[in-house]
Design a binder for this molecule. Structure first.
Ligand SMILES: Cc1ncc(COP(=O)(O)O)c(C=O)c1O
Ligand SMILES: N[C@@H](CCCC[NH3+])C(=O)O
Length: 439
């Protein structure tokens, strides 16, 4: 079993995170419960930033807030000097509610609405990452109506098949995202942006996918982009001030995963960009990256209570917990794998192999298949590791299950940063169809 960050087994023989006993967390906040190890998030953020600083490279490390967007998390990103990537009006609203410095906010998305673009312009955020011709024209029109300029990047698709799950690939030619680099669309977008009175084109952006374990894809993307940038310099006298290479750095969900350290991704990317810049006699652009998962993924642990069991003799033993695909849809969506232990008795000998089921009304609502575990009793606490990215942010109310609360732990203190949803919250938006007359 691999323990992340400050997670360890304490003298009471319980799982402890951030200096707080998880059984105490359960007593205070109930289950299911998302627990975040704040010092691990800080460590990850500093790791990225320090690598750029040590190598003297002008950079922005933007937290891709889609991985886990809450006011507290955005405040933490601000404290750590990160920039912020948002992909919707809701994520932008959260950033504004957290009073995140607007000049460090970058707005992504393949179908931003007029309202969302206007919201970004109202707040005068740092940069809009333009994804397609529709958006390019719409943004230009809105800016002209308001006589307001805005900094933009163009999202390009370099035609790279990174090695990851198909659903989280984004840099390939057949993708809904970005302007194709090879077929002339990116060059057409470049000219349109350069001809606009209101769009200040800072450079290009690309994001090749998520949960990527090798640097090859990033380096290949940098090479392809540079060769285009060189062409664009010769043809259009365009020089990219910024090169944003996105996020996607892989993390260790299970002991089979072997991610490389964040610093290595960054060092290799920098080396390649330097090499390309010098080969084409171009000036070194500012490098931006957008990690999401690698900042928060392994800092999150979900605590569940064990409930019902079902033995299918000679086949499998199902053990159900009080959450499931409503708080972690990743196993159902991507066949994502997780590791888990019993937080209240992790030192007891492993006695059986069980499969952890959620409580939703779906056969596919399975959190972990074939997990070696201690003998369980009802009310034992199951801790599933590495749920910090795309867990809470993709949580839903399927079966009208309230979303769990989020607790930040650090230096022996626990702070509730998202309260548990209630049944009242769940019906809050509902309106009656039939008006009941009170007698
Ligand atoms: C444009 C963009 N930037 C950054 C990210 C963050 O990716 P990850 O969480 O894998 O670092 C994503 C998600 O894949 C993305 O689409
Ligand atoms: N939501 C995905 C990653 C997609 C990232 C967004 N472009 C996951 O849980 O792994």
């Amino acid at each position: 079993m691999f323990f992340h960050g400050s997670s360890k087994i304490n003298e009471r023989g319980h799982l402890e995170i951030g200096g707080v006993d998880t059984t105490d967390l359960v007593k205070e906040f109930g289950t299911p419960l998302y627990v975040y190890d704040v010092s691990l998030i800080r460590e990850r953020a500093r790791g990225f930033k320090q690598t750029f600083d040590q190598l003297g490279i002008k950079a922005q490390v933007a937290y891709a807030s889609k991985a886990f967007s809450t006011i507290a998390m955005i405040q933490l990103a601000e404290e750590e000097g990160l920039s912020l990537d948002v992909v919707s009006g809701g994520e932008l609203y959260t950033a504004i509610a957290a009073e995140f410095p607007v000049e460090r906010i970058h707005f992504h998305g393949n179908n931003k609405s007029r309202e969302e673009l206007e919201m970004a312009l109202n707040y005068q955020i740092g940069c809009i990452v333009v994804d397609n011709f529709y958006e390019l024209e719409l943004l230009d029109t809105i800016c002209a109506e308001r006589n307001q300029s805005v900094s933009i990047l163009l999202r390009v698709t370099p035609g790279i098949e990174a090695h990851t799950h198909d659903y989280i690939l984004t840099g390939q030619e057949d993708s809904k995202f970005g302007f194709d680099l090879q077929n002339g669309q990116a060059a057409e977008a470049l000219q349109k942006a350069m001809n606009s009175e209101y769009l200040d084109l800072l450079g290009v952006h690309c994001h090749i996918g998520s949960q990527i374990f090798e640097t090859t894809g990033f380096l290949l993307a940098a090479r392809k982009i540079f060769s285009k940038l060189h062409e664009w310099k010769e043809t259009y006298s365009f020089e990219s001030k910024v090169l944003n290479l996105g996020g996607g750095f892989g993390i260790r969900y299970t002991s089979e995963d072997e991610p490389i350290p964040a610093s290595q991704y960054v060092k290799e990317i920098i080396e390649e960009v330097k090499k390309q810049a010098s080969a084409f006699s171009m000036s070194m652009p500012e490098i931006w990256i957008e990690p999401g998962r690698s900042l928060v993924g392994d800092a999150g642990t979900t605590l569940y209570k064990i409930g019902s069991k079902k033995d299918v003799p000679n086949v499998r033993k199902y053990i159900a917990v009080d959450g499931g695909m409503s708080d972690n849809i990743r196993p159902a969506l991507y066949e994502a794998k997780y590791e888990a232990i019993l937080a209240n008795k992790p030192l007891q000998p492993i006695e059986e192999t069980v499969s952890i089921a959620g409580k939703c009304c779906e056969s596919g609502d399975m959190l972990i298949w074939d997990l070696p575990l201690q003998k369980t009793d009802s009310d034992d606490i199951l801790a599933v590791f590495c749920t910090g990215a795309y867990g809470y942010s993709m949580a839903n109310n399927y079966n009208r299950i309230p979303r769990p609360p989020v607790v930040f732990v650090e230096n022996g203190k626990a702070v509730l940063v998202v309260r548990r949803e209630t049944f009242e919250d769940i019906v809050k938006q509902d309106l009656p169809f039939v008006q009941r007359v009170k007698s």
